[in-house]
Write a protein that binds this ligand. Structure first.
Ligand code: GBH
Length: 467
C-alpha cells in the first residue's frame, strides 16, 4: 500500500506533557500546574514538573527523531513559557522554542507547531479563563508573537488542539483543568475557543509568508449505533452532533448545527455568547484540517429521552454511551480502524474536499522491557499498521489526506491518567529519563522509508537493534 508522493510522516507531542522545566526559563504557571496540585485529580498525584525533561533534553530528543528518520515533528508551544502572565513576552521563553526549531531544522525534521494544547496561563484563568471573551484577543496576540519569532523556519501552523477537550472536559466534565462542571460555561468556553482560533487566524494571515499554512486540530469520535431503529439513529446523530459537528461546522462557515442547537435549547450560555460577526471570524478559511482520531463511541438511546447522558458532552440527553467492543487498547479504548476510514471519507464530503492531516493517532499499551533491553510492543505496532491501512483506504476512496502524525513520539504525562498510560513509540524511564526505541518505532521508520506498508499480515519492525 503506497502513500501519495510527499505524504507528511511524523510524530507528535505537546508542551505540558513532555517539557518539564516547570519553573525554568521564567515559565509562569498554567492551569495544568494548578489542577495537578489539587488532590485527587491526577492518577498517582502526578504532574508535569519534570515529565520527559524535554526542556533540557531536547537536543537528545531531536537526535532521536533524526535517527528514526522522522520527516516531521508536531509539538506545541507553552503559552505560559512565552508569556508567563499570559500577556507580557518572555524572551527567554521564546528562545527555548527558537533553539528547538533550529535544532529540528538542522537535523532535517520539519516542525509543525501547535499554539495551544491546553496549558492556559493561570493568570488568564484568574480573569475567567475561556469563559472570558477577551481571551480571543489575548490568544491572537500570543499567536502573532510566536509566529513572528519562528515564522522564518516554521511553515505549518495549528492554532488550537481539540477545543472539545479544553471546553467540555475542562469546564463540564471537570476531569481536565480548570476542573469546572458547568454545562453553560462549557458551551461558552467552546465558543470562545473557536473565536480565539478565528481571531488568531486573521492576525496570522496578516503577517504570513506565502509558504505558511494554517489549521486547527479537532478530535473526532464517530458514533456507532448499537441498533437500527430510528431511536438508535437519533442517539448517534445527537452524539455526533455535540462531539464532532458542533466544533467542525462553524469552522466550515456552516454555523453551529441547527439540530445541535435544538438539542441544547435547555442549556443557557451559548446564544448570549455569540456576538455579531463571530461566526464570520470563526469561518476564516483554513488550509488543512488536523484530524485527531483514536476510537469510535458506541451509543444507544436512553429510555428517558430527557436524562443527561453518561458522557462528557454538555446538555446531551437521551444518549447512553455503552461499553466499547474488544479488542481494546491498554487504555480501554476500542480499536476500530474502519471508523477512521469512514471518518476521513465523511470529512472529505462534508468539508468539500479540504486537505486533511492526521494530527494524532496512536495507542497506549503496557510495555515490557525484555532482558535484551528490547520492547516488543506488537500490539501498538498492529494498531498503527491497521490504522495506516485505514488511512490508505480513505485516500483510495477520494479523501485528500496529506499526512500522518503519530501520537506520540515519547511516553509522556497523559493528563488525568498521569504517567500510567504510555503512548510513545519511544519508551521513557521516568526515574532515569532514559529513552528506549520500541519495536513500533522501527516498524514506523520502515513505513516512512518506503512510503508504503504491506497490505496485510503481521507488522514487522525493521531488524535493527533497539537502544
Ligand atoms: C488527545 O486527546 C490529546 O490531544 C493528547 O494530548 C493525548 O495525550 C492523547 O489524546 C491521548 O489521550 O472522556 O468520555 O470523552 C484525545 C481526545 C478525549 C479521546 C477523551 C478520548 C475519552 C473519552 N480524547 N476521550 S471521554
Amino acid at each position: 500500500m503506497r502513500f501519495p508522493p510527499g505524504f507528511l510522516w511524523g510524530a507528535a507531542t505537546a508542551s505540558y506533557q513532555i517539557e518539564g522545566g516547570a519553573k525554568d526559563g521564567g515559565r509562569g504557571p498554567s492551569i495544568w500546574d494548578t489542577f495537578c496540585a489539587e488532590p485527587g485529580k491526577i492518577h498517582g498525584g502526578a504532574n508535569g514538573d519534570v515529565a520527559c525533561d524535554h526542556f533540557n533534553r531536547y537536543p537528545e530528543d531531536v537526535a532521536l527523531m533524526a535517527d528514526l528518520g522522522l520527516p516531521a515533528y508536531r509539538f506545541s508551544v507553552s503559552w505560559s513559557r512565552v508569556m508567563p502572565d499570559g500577556k507580557r513576552v518572555s524572551q527567554e521563553g521564546l528562545d527555548f522554542y527558537r533553539r528547538l526549531v533550529d535544532e529540528l531544522t538542522a537535523k532535517g525534521v520539519e516542525p509543525v507547531v501547535t499554539l495551544y494544547h491546553w496549558d492556559l496561563p493561570q493568570a488568564l484563568e484568574d480573569e475567567g479563563g475561556w469563559r472570558n471573551r477577551e481571551l480571543a484577543g489575548h490568544f491572537a496576540e500570543y499567536a502573532q508573537t510566536v509566529h513572528s519569532a519562528l515564522g522564518d523556519r516554521v511553515r505549518q501552523w495549528t492554532t488550537i488542539n481539540e477545543p472539545f477537550c479544553s471546553a467540555f472536559l475542562g469546564y463540564f466534565a471537570g476531569i481536565h483543568a480548570p476542573g469546572d462542571t458547568d454545562p453553560a460555561a462549557a458551551l461558552v468556553a467552546a465558543h470562545h475557543l473557536l473565536l480565539a482560533h478565528g481571531t488568531a487566524l486573521q492576525a496570522l494571515r496578516a503577517q504570513a509568508r506565502p509558504e505558511h499554512s494554517f489549521s486547527v486540530a479537532l478530535n473526532f469520535s464517530p458514533a456507532l449505533a448499537e441498533g437500527y431503529g430510528p431511536e438508535h439513529v437519533d442517539a448517534a446523530r445527537k452524539f455526533d452532533g455535540m462531539h464532532n459537528r458542533f466544533f467542525l461546522d462553524p469552522l466550515l462557515g456552516k454555523g453551529y448545527p441547527e439540530d445541535v442547537l435544538a438539542d441544547l435549547a435547555h442549556v443557557g450560555g451559548l446564544a448570549d455568547a455569540i456576538k455579531d460577526g463571530d461566526l464570520e471570524t470563526i469561518a476564516g478559511p483554513i488550509d488543512w484540517l488536523g484530524v485527531n482520531y483514536y476510537a469510535p463511541t458506541r451509543v444507544k438511546p436512553l429510555e428517558d429521552p430527557y436524562q443527561q447522558s453518561n458522557c462528557p458532552l454538555p446538555g446531551l440527553r437521551g444518549v447512553d454511551v455503552v461499553a466499547p467492543r474488544p479488542p481494546l487498547t491498554g487504555f480501554g479504548w476500542e480499536q476500530t480502524p474502519s471508523s477512521l476510514t469512514e471518518l476521513l471519507r465523511w470529512l472529505n464530503w462534508h468539508t468539500g474536499g479540504l486537505p486533511l492531516v492526521i494530527a494524532e493517532n496512536g495507542a497506549a499499551f503496557e510495555d515490557v522491557i525484555g532482558e535484551d533491553g528490547r520492547i516488543r510492543d506488537t500490539a501498538r505496532t498492529n494498531y498503527i499498521a491497521d490504522h495506516l491501512r485505514a488511512v490508505h483506504a480513505a485516500i483510495e476512496g477520494g479523501a485528500d489526506v496529506r499526512g500522518y502524525l503519530l501520537w506520540a513520539l515519547l511516553d509522556n504525562f497523559e493528563w488525568s491518567m498521569g504517567y500510567s498510560q504510555r503512548f510513545g513509540i519511544v519508551h521513557v524511564d521516568f526515574e532515569t529519563q532514559r529513552r528506549t526505541v520500541k519495536d513500533s518505532a522501527r516498524f514506523y521508520q520502515n513505513v516512512i522509508t518506503h512510503n508504503a506498508l504491506s497490505a496485510a499480515g503481521p507488522a514487522e519492525p525493521l531488524a535493527t537493534a533497539a537502544t
